[in-house]
Design a binder for this molecule. Structure first.
Ligand SMILES: [Zn+2]
Length: 294
């Protein structure tokens, strides 16, 4: 497992290279997660006939090259050939049924964005965002194949984040604190249940926020609904480490996740997983899947 960041591909660090305290901490977190897995909370799902929800998430791609920016076609091809958004849409349809259809539109927006609109219930994924992923990752990755994997991962992370907003609003899920942080949790959780490939996608999402934080001249917006880009990186990194400290040993060993935060990540991840299970599962088609061995 590697974390690819802005400037380089970091070398893998062996567990033995950690300090004794870091090793103890990783073992403690791993033990905590094992205990959590051994005590699965009973889930009371609402019977399907009582859900009374028939809505599906559908993808609409603005593919006609009318008045589109010159580079639109390249990113359109990337998204359609790779079936990225379709895969993401299939994943969420397997997880949830919503009270109404949610249309995901891939189009040009004039800025690198993705957003959910509660009024229309639509999700918009802008081609400019895929272009930004491409610009950030192509420079940093060792090969075009690696860049592609990173872009794929970031697309999945951002889509699941936006679907998290849709889930909260369409199903009326209770959220305290910042919804933006809560749906970052949801996106990480949904990716983690897809095994190591999903875990890599979540890391790509985290690396995107670090890249944004390090853009020259970028000023932090303290009043924004979102946590600062750097905080989003640390949050996602913490949850990934909390979920699988042995696979994410690099985060701590390389100093990307400072020890004072890392010490609480096992508890933090356990709490967020349990909270999402409590608030969302009764309204989903299926429970969250168990995580792969740590
Ligand atoms: Zn958001």
């Amino acid at each position: 497992m590697r974390l690819v960041l802005l400037c380089c591909v970091l070398p893998t660090v062996a567990f033995a290279q950690l300090t004794e305290a870091q090793q103890r901490e990783a073992r403690r977190i791993s033990e905590l997660m094992k205990q959590d897995a051994a005590r699965p909370a009973p889930v009371k799902l609402t019977p399907p006939e009582q859900l009374l929800k028939r809505g599906t998430v559908r993808l609409f791609v603005h593919s006609l090259p009318v008045n589109k920016p010159a580079d639109y076609a390249a990113y359109l091809r990337f998204v359609t050939d790779e079936k990225l958004l379709q895969q993401a849409v299939d994943t969420v349809n397997e997880l949830a049924a919503l009270p109404r259809d949610v249309v995901v539109t891939f189009r040009d927006c004039g800025e690198p964005q993705a957003f959910y609109e509660p009024k229309s219930g639509g999700i918009t994924f802008c081609y400019e965002l895929v272009k930004l992923f491409d610009q950030l990752y192509t420079k940093q990755a060792k090969s075009p194949g690696e860049a592609k994997e990173l872009i794929r991962g970031a697309v999945f992370f951002v889509f699941f984040h936006e679907f998290g907003h849709a889930l909260v609003h369409e199903l009326g899920l209770p959220i305290t604190g910042r919804e933006e942080d809560a749906v970052d949790q949801f996106a990480t959780l949904l990716l983690l249940e897809q095994g190591e490939q999903g875990e890599a996608a979540a890391l790509s999402g985290a690396a995107f926020f670090l890249a944004l934080a390090q853009l020259p001249g970028k000023k932090p917006i303290f009043w924004d609904q979102h946590s600062l880009d750097a905080q989003r990186f640390y949050n996602i990194g913490c949850w990934l480490y909390g979920a699988s400290p042995f696979r994410q040993v690099n985060l701590v060993a390389q100093g990307l996740l400072p020890a004072p935060r890392a010490a609480g990540c096992g508890d933090e991840f356990t709490q967020l997983r349990s909270s999402w299970k409590t608030i969302a599962e009764p309204k989903l088609k299926r429970p969250f899947k168990p995580l792969s061995p740590r």
